[in-house]
Design a protein around this ligand. Structure first.
Ligand SMILES: *Cc1c(COP(=O)(O)O)cnc(C)c1O
Length: 364
Protein backbone atom coordinates (compact mmCIF):
# COMPACT_ATOMS: atom_id res chain seq x y z
CA UNK A 1 0.00 0.00 0.00
CA UNK A 2 1.24 3.48 -0.74
CA UNK A 3 1.72 6.03 2.00
CA UNK A 4 -1.23 8.30 1.99
CA UNK A 5 -2.43 11.35 3.78
CA UNK A 6 -5.19 10.15 6.02
CA UNK A 7 -8.42 12.16 5.94
CA UNK A 8 -12.06 11.80 6.93
CA UNK A 9 -13.92 12.30 3.66
CA UNK A 10 -17.37 13.87 4.11
CA UNK A 11 -17.63 15.19 0.56
CA UNK A 12 -21.14 15.65 -0.86
CA UNK A 13 -20.30 14.31 -4.32
CA UNK A 14 -18.20 12.92 -5.77
CA UNK A 15 -17.65 11.29 -2.43
CA UNK A 16 -15.91 8.53 -0.51
CA UNK A 17 -15.51 5.12 -2.14
CA UNK A 18 -14.82 1.94 -0.19
CA UNK A 19 -11.09 1.65 0.45
CA UNK A 20 -11.17 -2.07 -0.44
CA UNK A 21 -12.68 -1.30 -3.84
CA UNK A 22 -10.03 1.31 -4.64
CA UNK A 23 -7.28 -1.13 -3.72
CA UNK A 24 -8.80 -3.91 -5.81
CA UNK A 25 -9.12 -1.53 -8.77
CA UNK A 26 -5.53 -0.48 -8.28
CA UNK A 27 -4.35 -4.09 -8.29
CA UNK A 28 -6.37 -4.84 -11.46
CA UNK A 29 -5.69 -1.56 -13.22
CA UNK A 30 -2.82 -2.35 -15.59
CA UNK A 31 -3.60 -5.95 -16.43
CA UNK A 32 -7.28 -6.79 -16.11
CA UNK A 33 -7.85 -10.54 -15.61
CA UNK A 34 -4.69 -11.42 -17.55
CA UNK A 35 -5.91 -9.71 -20.68
CA UNK A 36 -2.65 -7.77 -20.94
CA UNK A 37 -4.51 -4.46 -20.79
CA UNK A 38 -6.70 -2.38 -18.51
CA UNK A 39 -10.48 -2.51 -18.63
CA UNK A 40 -10.36 1.00 -20.13
CA UNK A 41 -8.38 -0.17 -23.13
CA UNK A 42 -10.53 -3.03 -24.31
CA UNK A 43 -13.53 -3.17 -26.60
CA UNK A 44 -16.89 -2.68 -24.97
CA UNK A 45 -18.03 -5.51 -27.26
CA UNK A 46 -15.48 -7.96 -25.83
CA UNK A 47 -16.61 -10.92 -23.74
CA UNK A 48 -14.42 -9.73 -20.86
CA UNK A 49 -16.07 -6.33 -20.70
CA UNK A 50 -19.54 -7.73 -21.23
CA UNK A 51 -19.12 -9.98 -18.23
CA UNK A 52 -18.25 -6.95 -16.08
CA UNK A 53 -21.20 -5.00 -17.48
CA UNK A 54 -23.75 -7.76 -16.92
CA UNK A 55 -22.43 -8.56 -13.48
CA UNK A 56 -22.95 -4.93 -12.43
CA UNK A 57 -26.58 -5.11 -13.66
CA UNK A 58 -27.14 -8.43 -11.88
CA UNK A 59 -25.69 -7.16 -8.61
CA UNK A 60 -27.87 -4.07 -8.75
CA UNK A 61 -30.96 -6.18 -9.41
CA UNK A 62 -30.21 -8.52 -6.57
CA UNK A 63 -29.16 -5.94 -3.95
CA UNK A 64 -32.11 -3.63 -4.60
CA UNK A 65 -34.60 -6.51 -5.23
CA UNK A 66 -35.58 -5.02 -8.58
CA UNK A 67 -38.63 -6.81 -9.99
CA UNK A 68 -38.45 -8.58 -13.36
CA UNK A 69 -40.74 -6.03 -15.02
CA UNK A 70 -38.14 -3.29 -14.58
CA UNK A 71 -35.27 -2.49 -16.92
CA UNK A 72 -31.87 -1.44 -15.51
CA UNK A 73 -29.97 1.06 -17.65
CA UNK A 74 -26.52 2.63 -17.45
CA UNK A 75 -26.56 6.11 -18.98
CA UNK A 76 -24.27 9.14 -19.09
CA UNK A 77 -24.82 12.86 -18.54
CA UNK A 78 -25.49 12.59 -14.80
CA UNK A 79 -28.79 13.00 -13.04
CA UNK A 80 -28.95 16.39 -14.77
CA UNK A 81 -29.50 14.80 -18.16
CA UNK A 82 -32.36 12.82 -16.61
CA UNK A 83 -34.03 16.12 -15.69
CA UNK A 84 -34.46 16.53 -19.46
CA UNK A 85 -34.80 12.91 -20.59
CA UNK A 86 -37.65 12.13 -18.18
CA UNK A 87 -40.03 14.73 -19.67
CA UNK A 88 -38.77 14.12 -23.22
CA UNK A 89 -39.74 10.47 -22.92
CA UNK A 90 -42.70 10.58 -20.57
CA UNK A 91 -44.42 13.97 -20.86
CA UNK A 92 -46.55 14.02 -24.02
CA UNK A 93 -48.38 17.05 -25.39
CA UNK A 94 -51.73 17.57 -23.69
CA UNK A 95 -50.58 16.03 -20.40
CA UNK A 96 -49.13 17.59 -17.28
CA UNK A 97 -46.42 16.44 -14.93
CA UNK A 98 -46.45 17.14 -11.22
CA UNK A 99 -43.23 18.01 -9.33
CA UNK A 100 -42.81 17.77 -5.56
CA UNK A 101 -40.54 20.63 -4.59
CA UNK A 102 -38.24 19.75 -1.70
CA UNK A 103 -34.98 21.47 -2.57
CA UNK A 104 -32.53 22.79 -5.12
CA UNK A 105 -32.44 19.62 -7.21
CA UNK A 106 -36.20 19.33 -7.58
CA UNK A 107 -36.12 22.98 -8.60
CA UNK A 108 -33.64 22.17 -11.37
CA UNK A 109 -35.68 19.16 -12.45
CA UNK A 110 -38.82 21.28 -12.71
CA UNK A 111 -37.09 24.08 -14.65
CA UNK A 112 -35.72 21.64 -17.18
CA UNK A 113 -39.09 19.90 -17.60
CA UNK A 114 -40.74 23.27 -18.24
CA UNK A 115 -38.74 23.59 -21.45
CA UNK A 116 -40.30 20.33 -22.68
CA UNK A 117 -43.93 20.42 -21.58
CA UNK A 118 -46.54 21.43 -19.07
CA UNK A 119 -45.58 21.02 -15.41
CA UNK A 120 -46.82 22.23 -12.05
CA UNK A 121 -45.78 22.13 -8.41
CA UNK A 122 -47.38 19.30 -6.43
CA UNK A 123 -46.24 20.78 -3.11
CA UNK A 124 -43.36 22.91 -1.92
CA UNK A 125 -41.56 23.62 1.34
CA UNK A 126 -39.60 26.51 -0.10
CA UNK A 127 -41.27 29.00 2.29
CA UNK A 128 -39.34 27.44 5.19
CA UNK A 129 -36.09 27.20 3.21
CA UNK A 130 -36.70 23.51 2.50
CA UNK A 131 -36.16 22.47 6.12
CA UNK A 132 -38.61 19.57 5.72
CA UNK A 133 -40.14 17.46 3.00
CA UNK A 134 -43.85 17.83 2.17
CA UNK A 135 -46.07 15.27 3.89
CA UNK A 136 -48.12 12.92 1.74
CA UNK A 137 -51.37 14.81 2.42
CA UNK A 138 -49.88 18.09 1.15
CA UNK A 139 -49.06 16.58 -2.22
CA UNK A 140 -51.51 17.21 -5.02
CA UNK A 141 -51.66 15.51 -8.37
CA UNK A 142 -54.31 14.52 -10.86
CA UNK A 143 -55.20 11.05 -12.09
CA UNK A 144 -54.51 12.25 -15.62
CA UNK A 145 -50.95 13.45 -14.90
CA UNK A 146 -48.16 11.91 -16.95
CA UNK A 147 -46.11 11.34 -13.79
CA UNK A 148 -45.25 12.71 -10.34
CA UNK A 149 -41.58 13.59 -9.79
CA UNK A 150 -39.92 13.39 -6.37
CA UNK A 151 -36.37 13.91 -5.02
CA UNK A 152 -35.98 11.20 -2.39
CA UNK A 153 -33.07 12.84 -0.56
CA UNK A 154 -32.27 16.54 -0.65
CA UNK A 155 -28.50 16.62 -0.74
CA UNK A 156 -28.14 20.35 -0.17
CA UNK A 157 -30.76 20.89 2.55
CA UNK A 158 -30.27 17.58 4.35
CA UNK A 159 -33.82 16.27 4.25
CA UNK A 160 -35.14 12.88 3.13
CA UNK A 161 -38.48 11.25 2.44
CA UNK A 162 -39.01 8.44 4.93
CA UNK A 163 -42.22 7.42 3.23
CA UNK A 164 -43.40 8.02 -0.31
CA UNK A 165 -46.78 9.30 -1.47
CA UNK A 166 -48.88 6.67 -3.15
CA UNK A 167 -49.78 7.96 -6.58
CA UNK A 168 -52.08 5.20 -7.76
CA UNK A 169 -51.90 4.74 -11.50
CA UNK A 170 -49.74 7.82 -12.02
CA UNK A 171 -46.07 6.73 -12.21
CA UNK A 172 -43.90 8.10 -9.40
CA UNK A 173 -40.46 9.04 -10.77
CA UNK A 174 -37.70 9.51 -8.22
CA UNK A 175 -34.32 11.20 -8.36
CA UNK A 176 -32.41 9.07 -5.84
CA UNK A 177 -28.95 10.42 -6.65
CA UNK A 178 -27.95 10.92 -3.04
CA UNK A 179 -29.60 7.98 -1.29
CA UNK A 180 -29.95 5.13 -3.77
CA UNK A 181 -29.16 1.79 -2.13
CA UNK A 182 -28.72 3.44 1.26
CA UNK A 183 -31.86 1.68 2.58
CA UNK A 184 -34.23 -1.04 1.41
CA UNK A 185 -37.18 0.22 -0.65
CA UNK A 186 -40.07 -1.32 -2.50
CA UNK A 187 -39.02 -0.55 -6.07
CA UNK A 188 -42.49 -1.44 -7.37
CA UNK A 189 -43.96 1.78 -5.91
CA UNK A 190 -41.97 3.72 -8.52
CA UNK A 191 -42.40 3.99 -12.27
CA UNK A 192 -38.77 5.02 -12.55
CA UNK A 193 -35.76 5.63 -10.32
CA UNK A 194 -32.61 7.40 -11.46
CA UNK A 195 -29.34 8.36 -9.84
CA UNK A 196 -25.92 9.71 -10.71
CA UNK A 197 -23.49 7.11 -9.37
CA UNK A 198 -21.03 9.45 -7.72
CA UNK A 199 -22.62 9.66 -4.27
CA UNK A 200 -23.57 6.16 -3.20
CA UNK A 201 -22.62 3.84 -6.03
CA UNK A 202 -19.28 4.62 -7.61
CA UNK A 203 -17.44 7.27 -9.60
CA UNK A 204 -19.01 10.06 -11.61
CA UNK A 205 -19.81 9.41 -15.26
CA UNK A 206 -22.41 6.65 -14.84
CA UNK A 207 -26.11 7.24 -14.25
CA UNK A 208 -28.34 4.37 -13.18
CA UNK A 209 -31.94 4.30 -14.42
CA UNK A 210 -34.48 1.70 -13.31
CA UNK A 211 -37.64 1.86 -15.41
CA UNK A 212 -40.87 -0.14 -15.44
CA UNK A 213 -41.08 -1.86 -18.80
CA UNK A 214 -44.63 -0.87 -19.71
CA UNK A 215 -43.59 2.80 -19.50
CA UNK A 216 -40.83 2.20 -22.03
CA UNK A 217 -43.35 0.93 -24.52
CA UNK A 218 -45.50 4.04 -24.13
CA UNK A 219 -42.62 6.55 -24.27
CA UNK A 220 -42.39 9.31 -26.86
CA UNK A 221 -40.81 8.01 -30.07
CA UNK A 222 -40.35 11.41 -31.71
CA UNK A 223 -37.04 12.25 -30.05
CA UNK A 224 -33.42 11.53 -31.08
CA UNK A 225 -32.42 7.88 -30.62
CA UNK A 226 -29.70 8.66 -28.10
CA UNK A 227 -32.25 10.32 -25.79
CA UNK A 228 -34.79 7.48 -25.90
CA UNK A 229 -34.76 5.05 -22.97
CA UNK A 230 -36.01 2.45 -25.42
CA UNK A 231 -32.77 2.71 -27.41
CA UNK A 232 -30.63 1.97 -24.38
CA UNK A 233 -32.96 -0.72 -23.14
CA UNK A 234 -33.07 -2.65 -26.40
CA UNK A 235 -29.25 -2.55 -26.55
CA UNK A 236 -28.53 -3.58 -22.94
CA UNK A 237 -27.01 -0.09 -22.38
CA UNK A 238 -24.46 -0.81 -25.12
CA UNK A 239 -25.98 1.30 -27.88
CA UNK A 240 -22.86 3.44 -27.91
CA UNK A 241 -19.62 3.21 -25.95
CA UNK A 242 -20.56 3.07 -22.27
CA UNK A 243 -18.42 4.60 -19.48
CA UNK A 244 -16.74 1.22 -19.08
CA UNK A 245 -14.34 2.03 -16.26
CA UNK A 246 -17.13 3.68 -14.26
CA UNK A 247 -19.40 0.67 -14.75
CA UNK A 248 -16.57 -1.64 -13.64
CA UNK A 249 -16.15 0.48 -10.48
CA UNK A 250 -19.89 0.52 -9.89
CA UNK A 251 -19.95 -3.28 -10.10
CA UNK A 252 -17.12 -3.47 -7.58
CA UNK A 253 -18.89 -1.10 -5.16
CA UNK A 254 -22.01 -3.27 -5.45
CA UNK A 255 -19.89 -6.36 -4.77
CA UNK A 256 -18.55 -4.62 -1.66
CA UNK A 257 -22.11 -3.89 -0.57
CA UNK A 258 -22.95 -7.57 -0.90
CA UNK A 259 -19.94 -8.41 1.27
CA UNK A 260 -21.20 -5.94 3.87
CA UNK A 261 -24.34 -8.05 4.17
CA UNK A 262 -26.63 -6.19 1.77
CA UNK A 263 -28.82 -3.14 2.03
CA UNK A 264 -30.52 -3.90 5.37
CA UNK A 265 -27.16 -4.05 7.12
CA UNK A 266 -25.90 -0.95 5.35
CA UNK A 267 -29.10 0.97 6.15
CA UNK A 268 -28.78 0.14 9.83
CA UNK A 269 -25.18 1.33 9.87
CA UNK A 270 -26.10 4.48 7.95
CA UNK A 271 -28.64 5.36 10.64
CA UNK A 272 -26.13 4.74 13.40
CA UNK A 273 -23.54 6.86 11.60
CA UNK A 274 -25.89 9.80 11.05
CA UNK A 275 -27.23 9.58 14.61
CA UNK A 276 -23.73 10.03 16.03
CA UNK A 277 -23.72 13.49 14.49
CA UNK A 278 -27.39 14.29 15.16
CA UNK A 279 -26.80 13.37 18.81
CA UNK A 280 -23.93 15.84 19.00
CA UNK A 281 -26.29 18.50 17.62
CA UNK A 282 -29.26 17.60 19.84
CA UNK A 283 -27.23 17.43 23.03
CA UNK A 284 -25.42 20.71 22.44
CA UNK A 285 -27.93 23.05 24.11
CA UNK A 286 -28.15 25.13 20.97
CA UNK A 287 -24.40 25.39 20.33
CA UNK A 288 -25.10 23.45 17.10
CA UNK A 289 -28.46 23.71 15.31
CA UNK A 290 -29.70 21.32 12.66
CA UNK A 291 -31.29 22.76 9.51
CA UNK A 292 -33.81 19.96 8.97
CA UNK A 293 -36.91 19.32 11.05
CA UNK A 294 -36.45 16.09 12.98
CA UNK A 295 -39.06 14.10 11.07
CA UNK A 296 -37.44 15.00 7.74
CA UNK A 297 -33.81 14.47 8.68
CA UNK A 298 -31.60 12.82 6.10
CA UNK A 299 -29.38 9.87 7.01
CA UNK A 300 -27.08 10.87 4.15
CA UNK A 301 -26.49 14.62 4.44
CA UNK A 302 -26.46 16.25 7.85
CA UNK A 303 -26.79 20.02 7.67
CA UNK A 304 -26.11 22.18 10.70
CA UNK A 305 -24.86 25.53 11.88
CA UNK A 306 -22.67 26.65 14.71
CA UNK A 307 -24.76 29.23 16.56
CA UNK A 308 -22.08 31.90 16.48
CA UNK A 309 -20.95 32.90 12.99
CA UNK A 310 -17.35 33.63 13.92
CA UNK A 311 -17.14 30.33 15.75
CA UNK A 312 -18.57 28.60 12.70
CA UNK A 313 -15.66 29.83 10.58
CA UNK A 314 -13.28 28.65 13.25
CA UNK A 315 -15.07 25.29 13.45
CA UNK A 316 -14.62 24.73 9.74
CA UNK A 317 -10.97 25.80 9.84
CA UNK A 318 -10.07 23.63 12.80
CA UNK A 319 -11.98 20.71 11.31
CA UNK A 320 -9.95 21.06 8.14
CA UNK A 321 -6.70 21.05 10.10
CA UNK A 322 -7.86 17.95 11.94
CA UNK A 323 -8.29 16.10 8.62
CA UNK A 324 -12.03 16.49 8.01
CA UNK A 325 -12.76 17.15 4.35
CA UNK A 326 -15.96 18.45 2.77
CA UNK A 327 -17.73 19.88 5.83
CA UNK A 328 -18.58 23.26 4.29
CA UNK A 329 -22.29 23.59 3.54
CA UNK A 330 -23.42 24.10 -0.04
CA UNK A 331 -22.88 27.69 -1.17
CA UNK A 332 -26.65 28.25 -1.39
CA UNK A 333 -27.28 27.30 2.25
CA UNK A 334 -24.03 28.00 4.11
CA UNK A 335 -23.16 26.45 7.44
CA UNK A 336 -21.87 22.91 7.67
CA UNK A 337 -22.79 19.65 6.02
CA UNK A 338 -21.51 16.16 6.67
CA UNK A 339 -22.31 13.64 3.95
CA UNK A 340 -22.32 10.15 5.38
CA UNK A 341 -22.92 7.99 2.31
CA UNK A 342 -22.62 4.19 2.31
CA UNK A 343 -18.83 4.16 1.94
CA UNK A 344 -18.12 6.66 4.75
CA UNK A 345 -16.77 4.56 7.63
CA UNK A 346 -18.45 4.50 11.04
CA UNK A 347 -15.09 5.53 12.52
CA UNK A 348 -15.10 8.75 10.50
CA UNK A 349 -18.51 9.69 11.93
CA UNK A 350 -17.35 8.81 15.43
CA UNK A 351 -14.30 11.02 14.94
CA UNK A 352 -16.51 13.88 13.76
CA UNK A 353 -18.80 13.47 16.76
CA UNK A 354 -15.79 13.64 19.06
CA UNK A 355 -14.45 16.68 17.25
CA UNK A 356 -17.81 18.44 17.62
CA UNK A 357 -18.01 17.66 21.34
CA UNK A 358 -14.43 18.78 21.94
CA UNK A 359 -14.91 21.98 19.97
CA UNK A 360 -18.02 22.83 21.93
CA UNK A 361 -16.29 22.09 25.23
CA UNK A 362 -13.46 24.47 24.27
CA UNK A 363 -15.71 27.30 23.10
CA UNK A 364 -18.97 27.17 25.02
C1 LIG B 1 -25.84 15.53 -7.14
C2 LIG B 1 -27.28 15.50 -7.46
C3 LIG B 1 -27.76 15.75 -8.75
C4 LIG B 1 -26.86 16.17 -9.89
O1 LIG B 1 -26.19 15.08 -10.38
P1 LIG B 1 -25.23 15.19 -11.66
O2 LIG B 1 -24.84 13.76 -11.81
O3 LIG B 1 -24.11 16.11 -11.30
O4 LIG B 1 -26.03 15.70 -12.80
C5 LIG B 1 -29.12 15.65 -8.98
N1 LIG B 1 -29.97 15.32 -8.00
C6 LIG B 1 -29.55 15.08 -6.73
C7 LIG B 1 -30.55 14.72 -5.68
C8 LIG B 1 -28.19 15.16 -6.43
O5 LIG B 1 -27.77 14.91 -5.18
Amino acid sequence: MIDQKSVYNFNAGPSALPREVLEKAQAELVDFKESGMSIMEMSHRSATYEQVHNQAIERLRSLFSIPENYEVLFLQGGASLQFAMVPMNFLPDGKKASYIMSGAWSDKALKEAKTIGEVYEAASTKNTNYNRVPSSDEITFEETDAYVHITSNNTIFGTQFHEFPSTGNVPLIADMSSDILSRPLDVSQFGMIYAGAQKNLGPSGVTVAIIRKDLLDKANSEIPAILKYQTHSSNNSLYNTPPSFGIYMLGEVLGWMQQQGGIEKIAKRNEEKANLIYDAIDNSNGFYTGHAEKGSRSFMNITFRVADEELEKQFLEEAKEAGFVGLNGHRSVGGCRASTYNAVPYEACLALQKFMLDFQEKHK
